[in-house]
Design a protein around this ligand. Structure first.
Ligand SMILES: [Zn+2]
Ligand SMILES: [Zn+2]
Ligand SMILES: [Zn+2]
Ligand SMILES: [Zn+2]
Ligand SMILES: [Zn+2]
Length: 140
């Protein structure tokens, strides 16, 4: 048999096996959920052992974060949690509550000499190591 035909058959069978596996885990998950609706979930705190469903009860709090499902219970007052003392709710470099930003500005990158503009110094560009935001500073 031609070498490439064999390779082709192998690739196709890998794809088929993968598809079946995905289908199988999906079916398994459905089966578990069915058991759960029939005989109720097997709760381990806030999470079901069997199907992985999460309920808003009996969380396993460590500070303000649930160890099992990751839910938080911060009690925000002016961007400081009254319960655990956490300050700001950062998503990336920005606080989703007050909009404050805390970038990790790296070393000054490109220098741009401002000859024509007339402030007589140069502009230095900084980039955030985390999100890639940019700021510039004029030096005299
Ligand atoms: Zn369940
Ligand atoms: Zn939880
Ligand atoms: Zn908190
Ligand atoms: Zn904030
Ligand atoms: Zn940033």
């Amino acid at each position: 048999m031609n070498f490439w035909i064999i390779v082709g058959i192998i690739i196709v069978s890998i794809i088929v096996v993968r598809k079946n596996l995905a289908e199988l885990t999906k079916r398994k998950q459905k089966k578990l959920e069915k058991i759960c609706t029939k005989i109720d979930h097997d709760w381990d705190g806030c999470k079901c052992f069997r199907c992985g469903k999460v309920r808003d009860e009996q969380h396993d709090w460590e500070g303000c974060i649930c160890n099992r499902c990751g839910k938080d219970r911060h009690d925000w007052g002016d961007c400081e949690c009254k319960r655990c003392g956490k300050v700001h709710d950062w998503i990336g470099c920005k606080c989703i509550r007050c909009g404050q930003e805390h970038h990790d500005w790296g070393e000054g990158g490109a220098h741009y000499h401002d000859v024509a503009g007339g402030h007589g110094g140069c502009t230095i560009y900084y980039y955030c190591n985390k999100c890639g935001a940019m700021k510039s500073e004029d030096t005299m």
